[in-house]
Each structure stands twice: as C-alpha cells, then as structure tokens.
Design a protein around this ligand. Structure first.
Ligand code: CUK
Ligand code: CUA
Length: 675
C-alpha cells in the first residue's frame, strides 16, 4: 500500500462518524481524493449506504477493503489448512480466496493424487512402504516463507504436517508442492516451520515425544522419562531449488517434554532458535489405570521451559563430528548438547504456547495460555546469563535453567488466554487472547524504538469473533514487519454467518492496524479445513517471480526442467513395447493427439502428456473413467499418468478443464481389448 493511501486510511478511520450526512461527506471526500472522481457521481453512495442500512463505520470498512474488479490485492496471506492437509492463498485486504494448494491431501481439481505420477510419488512420502497404504492426509499448521536478510523473499514456502512429522516444500514460481520429506526421528511435529534469516535452515521439532531410540519404536509409558525423547530438526536448504539436503541437516535430542511453537532469532538474536514447551511434568495420562488425565498432570508445575538453542554452535559441534547417526540423520545427543553448551532453558509461566521474536531481534515474547501476561525475555539478558552461568538449577536431564529474574525483561498483562504475538515494525506487539476472544495491542521496549516511558504498555484491545488462535500481520515474522493489516484467525464463528449446517466455518477477521486504534473491517468465513497460522507477504515481492505459464513448453513440474518425455505436436506417437505402452500425447485446444489409444488388457500404459499451449490459463485436464485417473496440465506442463490396463472396455477419456468453445469435443478413446 502506498504511504499516501495508508495515511489516507489512517486519517479517515480515526474520524468518528455518527450520522449519515457525515458519512456521505466523508466517504465522498475520501473516494474523491483516492480515485479522483467528482462528488457528483458519488451521490449514489449515500443512497446505497442508506438502502443497505450500513452504518458509517461499516461503509468506511467496505471502502477501505474494497479491491475494484480487475485490480489486485496488496498482500497475499498464505494460510495453513489444518487437517485438510492443504494451504490456502487469500488476498488482503479483499479477503478473497485465490487458491488452494494441495500439499498432503489429494485434490481432484489439480489432479493431485489422482493420476499424475509426480503427485502419487509425493503423497507416498511417509506412507508405510510395507503396505500398499498411502498416507493421504496431513495436518498443516505453520507455513514459513523463505527469507533473505530476515525478510520474506517470495521464493519458497514450507509447511509442517503436525500429524505425521513431515514437512513440505512449495515452489512459489508455480505454487506447486515440490517435495514432501518424512523427517527421521519425529513422529509428529509442531515447533516450526520457521526459516532462519537467510533460509540456511528450516526448523521443525517434535510435538509428542516418542521412544525414538527403541528399535521397534515401542516403549511402555512408565518408561517415559527414560526412553521417550523430543527432537529439534534443522533441515539444510538448497538455495537454488529449496529442497532439503538431508546430509547437511542435523537434529538435537531434547527431553521428553512437549516441544511446542518455535521461532528463529534474527538480527540481535541471529543464530538462536527458541522453542516453547509444556508438560515438563511428563504426565502420560492413564485415567482407567487410576492416573489423572494428561491435562491435569501437565499443568501441575508453575513453570515450563523455554528452550534456547545456539544453532551456530550446533553447526560447529556437528562439523567436529560430535554426533551420532540415527535413521539417516546426524543427531546431537542431549548429553552432548548440554556438554557443548548449546542448549539452555529459561523458566516460562506454565503451559505457554507461542514464542515470537520482535522485528529487531532483541525481544522474545512468550505467551502462557494460563497466565494473563506475556513474558518478554531479552537476548542481551539471555546471553549475559549464559556467559555468567547464572543458573537457578538444572532439569532432570541436566539442562541448565537460566535464572528467571535475570533473563526476563518485562511482563505485560494483556488479558485472558494469550497465545500468539505479531508485530508491526513501529514498536507494537499484537497478542491473540483465546479465552477473552480479543486482540491486545501493546508496546515493546527501547530496543524496538519505544521510549522508556512508553515501553511495555497495553494500548488497545479489540474483540474478535470468536476464540482466536493465531494472528498474522503483514511481514509480521520478519525484520520488515509493516503496520497495515492484521488477520485474526478465529476458531469459532457461532452465529456470525448464515447457517450452513452443524459444522460451522471458522472466521478470519481483518483488522486495520494503521491507526491508533484497531478497527475491525471484514469477516471472512473459512469454509474449509481449519487454518492455524498464516504469513502475509507483500504482492510486490512476489509479483515478478510468479510464472504466468511455464516458461518453456515441456517443463516437468517437479524439476522445472525440460522433461525427456515431453512431446511436440509432430512427435506425438504410441510405442507398444510389449508389457508397456508409452503414449506420447500432445494436448492443446481442443484435442488430444493421439486421440485413440489401443492397448491390451494387462499392459501398463504410460501417458506422457504435454500441454503445448503458451497462453495464460490454457489449462487442460486428462481424465479416464473407471481408472481413478485425473490430471491437470497447466500451459507448458509435462507429466506422466501411469495406469495398469486391468479393466477391459472402451473408455472415453476427456479434458476436465473447460478450455475452449470445443472443450466438450476434447475427448478420445482408450480401448482396452480383452487380453
Ligand atoms: S497452534 Cu493452532 S492456534 Cu498449531 Cu500454531 Cu496456536
Ligand atoms: Cu481442454 Cu477442455
């Protein structure tokens, strides 16, 4: 958003508007100023507002977030899709859904998991190879955009699978999932994904500890303390492709606590990683065996531990060979991590959830969901306490615990059930309050540019609807956070939207944070799998990097290189090699060449499909009835669909994407002769 526009919005929103006459004058003034048309055409605005029964504030909000037909949003919000296994891309401020990116779950529209070999192969990752039983869902929680110098660079997007301990890579040139990696020694994952400031690594840690050293992965729960462990993973990233480099990655073994959310240090705290934990009580439940429920056991102690990892030091330790290899991953054991001084704990008020680093990197904000305060640590205090060995004790595994009073810089009473915090680059922090269903705005301290007198103060609070989890500000996890928009990601909507049955949408709410007071300007029902976290990136950063079509015809989706099986129109052909038939097929408006494919029952058929189109949006589909096969080919894209021709019949394949006036004619025959 331009500075002028921000300034305009600020001014305009801070004006109290009570009666229609005032609205009209104000609206017309602003509209006139911003869009440059005369007041004469604006007369209808008053009538529209009046007819629709809109208050002044509502009319303002509508205009503030309206993106005219044909124009683009200022920001894109990449939201996780929770247990839908997908990700959603939403325009801000219009709050229009632009795309769903399938990641861990099949998606019929894009043919993800319905035929194209690359999609089938990706979805296999994490499946039990002993069984023909693909893992077809995930629980995406925390997207992480790649970063350069601590700010989003729009190259890659990473997302965790909380359920199955996996991580995926999405290439932001074509918004397609490019890798799913099943991380060794993690059963589940939550702490991450975050990228280090230059995406040297993406971090992901366990959620539920597991008996990861046991050969068959099994241990009794009464051996929990002895045999279960958590794991923090630093996955090295190939800077050209975004792929994970397992050989250059490492893990750090952690005690069997629930390692929760995590964040990377930046600027002042570059080189550190922070992970919250809960259930340091190591409760395991067992109600039927006379134990308290896990939840009761897990809240018994007043403090849990903020994990502070010096990953620069960890890199050195690995380089010196002080690791063990476990399931193909280099693991720094807990004992080594303690000995080498790369792991410290700081007490944090019980059962914290979010940990978030301020844009300047100095402050580490922790929110304890059972404590009305956010607790703010400073990296300066932490580094001093580590240097002076200012410990208040050790945990049962020997990890040194820094003295609480030495490392805590401030506490701010924000309200009921604080979870997550975001920033705006102007010295403000915004914390979601789950229990209170509100967002609290408060000031950081001097290192974030706030004067001593104004530091650590609650400034404003706005109700949200309802039960907010995460929140996201524009560039909110980076050194370049901006003071524009905040999206509150609410778990419940109750009565906010037209009833659509008993499963209600969640509710995103757009809040304008450009003024002194926060203003709620838009609701967006989320009628699909539950988003947790989102990151918001300026469209300016992405715009020149996103491909409109594949730059060359015949490009392989995964490798982004010309595929050896791509075909031109002239070279389209069928090669019958006995057991295997290779069909090199050109796909264009509005036919397939070849359009009759004759095979015998029992043959394996590889359809090597190339969409030879170069026009934007000239996407074609390829669906074969009876074979559970559907692929989608973007302009220029090449992929292979492999089927075993085990159902005899005359099958009419067709294009699924309405591509031209003769789209319905875009069909052909797969003749499977009885063998
Ligand atoms: S968690 Cu969902 S509201 Cu998985 Cu980031 Cu806090
Ligand atoms: Cu191609 Cu419809």
């Amino acid at each position: 958003m331009t500075e002028e526009a921000v300034e305009g919005r600020r001014k305009w929103l801070s004006t109290p508007v009570l009666i229609l006459a005032v609205i009209v004058g104000l609206v017309l003034g602003v509209v006139g100023a911003r869009f440059g048309f005369g007041v004469a055409t604006g007369g209808n605005l008053a009538a529209v507002a009046s007819e629709r029964g809109l208050s002044g504030e509502q009319a303002e909000a509508a205009l503030a977030t309206f993106v005219p037909p044909g124009e683009h949003d200022e920001y894109l919000l990449f939201a996780s899709g929770g247990h839908s296994g997908q990700m959603h891309v939403i325009g801000v401020p219009s709050m229009r859904l632009l795309k769903t990116i399938p990641v861990f779950a099949p998606d019929a529209w894009s043919g993800y998991g319905f035929g194209a070999d690359w999609t089938m192969e990706l979805l296999e990752h994490g499946s039990d190879p002993a069984k023909n039983d693909p893992l077809l869902w995930g629980d995406t929680h925390h997207p992480a955009l790649s970063e350069t110098d601590g700010d989003y660079d729009g190259r890659f997007l990473y997302i965790n699978d909380r359920a199955n301990g996996r991580i995926a890579l999405v290439d932001l040139r074509d918004f397609k999932t490019r890798e799913i990696y099943d991380i060794p020694n993690l059963q589940t994952s939550h702490g991450g994904v975050f990228a280090t400031p230059n995406t040297e690594y993406v971090h992901i840690s366990a959620k539920t500890p597991s008996p990861l050293w046991e050969p068959d992965g099994f241990a009794e729960l009464d051996e929990y303390e002895e045999k279960f462990r958590g794991m923090s993973t630093f996955l090295s990233v190939d800077q050209d492709t975004g792929h994970f480099i397992a050989d250059e990655s490492f893990q750090i073994e952690l005690p069997p606590y629930n390692q929760d959310l995590a964040d990377a240090g930046k600027l002042a705290s570059d080189g550190y990683a922070f992970i919250n934990s809960y259930n340091t009580e190591m409760a395991t439940g067992g109600i039927l065996e006379g134990e308290p429920p896990l939840e009761t056991g897990a809240v018994a102690a007043d403090f849990d531990y903020l994990h502070i990892i010096d990953w620069h030091k960890a890199e050195q330790v690995v380089a010196e060979g002080k690791y063990v290899e476990h399931n193909g991953m280099r693991v720094i054991t807990l004992d080594t991590a303690i000995e080498e001084g790369l792991l410290h704990f700081a007490p944090e008020p019980r059962n914290p959830h979010g940990v978030d680093i301020s844009p300047d990197g100095n402050y580490i904000v922790v929110s304890g969901k059972l404590d009305p305060n956010t607790t703010i640590y400073s990296i300066e205090r932490i580094e001093r306490a580590i240097a002076e060995q200012d410990f208040e004790g050790h945990d049962p595994f020997g990890v040194p615990i820094l003295t609480f009073d030495s490392v805590v810089e401030a506490q701010v009473e924000v309200g009921g059930g604080p979870l997550h915090t975001q920033f705006d680059g102007d010295g403000h922090a915004y914390t979601s309050l789950f229990v209170e269903s509100a967002v609290a705005k408060w000031t950081l301290g001097p290192e974030a540019g706030v004067s001593e007198g104004d530091a650590w103060e609650l400034l404003d609070k706005i109700p949200v609807h309802y039960n907010i989890g995460h929140l996201a500000t524009s560039h909110g996890d980076t050194v370049g956070a901006t003071r524009d928009w905040l999206v509150a990601m609410n778990k419940w909507s109750v009565d906010r939207h037209t009833p659509v049955g008993t499963l209600h949408p969640q509710n995103f709410q757009l809040i304008d944070v450009s003024g002194d007071e926060m203003r709620l300007v838009r609701d967006m029902p989320i009628g699909f799998g539950e988003p947790h976290y989102a990151q918001m990136i300026s469209v300016d950063v992405l715009e020149n990097q996103v491909w409109a079509t594949y730059p060359e015809v015949g490009m392989d989706t995964l490798t982004k290189e010309l595929s050896p099986v791509a075909t031109t129109y002239e070279d389209a052909r069928i090669e019958d090699n006995g057991d295997v038939v290779d069909v090199y097929m050109a796909v264009l408006r509005s036919h397939f060449k070849p359009d009759v494919v004759r095979v015998r029952e029992g043959q394996t058929v590889n359809f090597h499909l190339t969409n030879i189109e170069t026009a934007q949006d000239a996407t074609h589909g390829f669906a074969i009835p009876g074979y559970n096969a559907q692929a989608s080919l973007d302009p220029g894209e090449t992929l292979t669909v492999t089927i075993d021709a085990d159902r005899t019949g005359s099958w009419g394949f067709y294009c699924t994407e309405f591509c031209s006036a003769l789209h319905l004619e875009m069909q052909g025959w797969l003749l499977v002769e009885p063998g």
